[in-house]
Write a protein that binds this ligand. Structure first.
Ligand code: ADP
Ligand code: ASP
Ligand code: MG
Length: 406
């Protein structure tokens, strides 16, 4: 008998049939003796619909009201899942974020958890009932409803798993686990049976949408065992653990790609101490999230600095850079939103030379130009043209033979 948290994503509870299937699955697991806490996302694309609705109604969209609106999607799903559970003989109670004891800060649309008081959830379990939590929500220290942000239900699940000392946190989605690359881009992509937290974090930071990065960070720092699996086939998925890879493990585990960023280049800045410091301080003060940064070798006392930012922040980043360039005597700014970042991730690259060479040779053979490069101990990323990203992923996946079992 285990104490499990099971989180169901939007596609897993998209319609009445899906909700009944989830209820049947939970009923079977309850019969087998497991204690279960459920966390649900809003049905299907409801969160997107609610955001569209707010856009259509209001130009101001006050944060407090946005959070009240968006979290309604998860509450609706939780109540419906509870009803379906009652129909199959499982006594269940739905809980809002506030009722489940999620206390957050006051940042609307992206609140951070400050404390969890899971008393009601524990009391329900104690009484033999199945708690069903609306995901991605809490109540702020000022007593307002808060939304934990896009993908926040994964964080709800991991956080409640930690708070109640669950044996594992199961994240159910529409694929059967974490794949060697996006299965929509490479049909031979392979499901991994296990992956380390470090590798999964690098994957989620470079474009893998599942699970949400924040939830993986939380799980790693609190030692919550994650199991990413399918709500359609119910087969075993991908286990995430702290374990070091064994000798036989592949050098590379996965290829990811991310088309959500844009590139900014500040041309011909004077190559003096303090120039980069001033530029990036001004960007930070303007709340721009800078990612990859490359500074060229200087020529004639001048240098170019390029960096990437989320596409939504390109305009504000460009503006800050224009101002800096003018103030510092630079030679203007160029902005480019048609880039993609393609990355290879694998703990095995720490002890195996040649991964970068193979990646670059593969892109060269495919005639794909590399515009920027960045690395971590277990990741190599290249910026390429956005139009060539999927081909780059396919070629690299093939070159490292990721379709073949490790
Ligand atoms: P949910 O709706 O369950 O919260 P998402 O739709 O956000 O989940 O993410 C699941 C999708 O992520 C899958 O359908 C899959 O196409 C895509 N995906 C991209 N890269 C990967 C990967 N490496 N492994 C698994 N899924 C991936
Ligand atoms: N439904 C929200 C979203 O799509 C939050 C979540 O369920 O993770 O982002
Ligand atoms: Mg989805």
């Amino acid at each position: 008998m285990a104490l499990l948290v099971q989180k169901f994503g939007g596609t897993s509870v998209a319609d009445p049939d899906r909700i009944r299937e989830v209820a049947d699955w939970v009923a079977r697991r309850r019969k087998a003796g497991d204690q279960i806490v459920l966390v649900v996302s809003a049905m299907g694309k409801e969160t997107d619909e609610l955001l569209r609705l707010a856009d259509a109604v209001s130009g101001t969209r006050p944060g407090r009201e946005m959070d009240m609106l968006i979290t309604a999607g998860e509450r609706k799903a939780a109540a419906l899942v509870c009803m379906a559970l009652h129909d199959v003989g499982v006594e269940a109670d739905s809980f809002t974020g506030s009722q489940a004891g999620f206390i957050t800060d006051t940042t609307h649309m992206n609140a951070k958890i400050v404390e969890i008081k899971p008393d009601r959830v524990l009391a329900a379990l104690e009484a033999g009932r199945t708690p069903v939590l609306g995901g991605s929500q809490g109540v702020s220290v000022d007593k307002d409803v808060t939304f934990l942000g896009r993908g926040g239900s994964d964080t709800t699940a991991v956080a409640i798993a930690h708070a109640i000392g669950a044996d594992a946190c199961e994240l159910y989605t529409d694929v059967s686990g974490v794949y060697t690359t996006d299965p929509r881009v490479v049909s031979e992509a392979r499901k991994m049976n296990s992956i380390s937290f470090d590798e999964l974090l690098e994957m989620t930071a470079t474009g893998c949408p599942k699970p949400a990065m924040r939830s993986v960070e939380f799980a790693r720092s609190h030692g919550v065992t994650l199991h990413i699996r399918s709500a359609f086939t119910w087969e075993q998925g991908t286990w995430v653990s702290e374990e070091e890879p064994s000798m036989e493990d592949a050098i590379i585990s996965a290829v990811t790609h991310d088309t959500s960023e844009a590139k900014v280049t500040v041309n011909n800045l004077p190559d003096n101490p303090g120039i980069a410091a001033k530029l990036f301080r001004n960007l930070a003060d303007a709340d721009v999230n800078v990612d990859m940064i490359v500074q060229n070798v200087s020529a004639y006392g001048q240098t170019d600095i390029s960096f990437t930012v989320p596409k939504e922040e390109l305009e504000s980043a460009s503006k800050v850079c224009e101002d800096c360039s003018t103030a510092m005597g630079g030679d203007g700014v160029s902005a480019d939103s048609e880039i993609a970042r393609v990355s290879v991730v694998g703990a095995g690259m720490k002890s195996n030379p040649g991964v970068a060479a193979t990646m670059f040779e593969t892109l060269a053979a495919a005639g794909i130009n590399i515009e920027m490069i960045s690395t971590s101990a277990i990741r190599i990323s290249c910026v390429v043209r956005e139009s060539e990203a999927e081909r780059a992923v396919q070629e690299i996946h093939q070159a490292f033979e990721l379709h073949a079992p490790a």
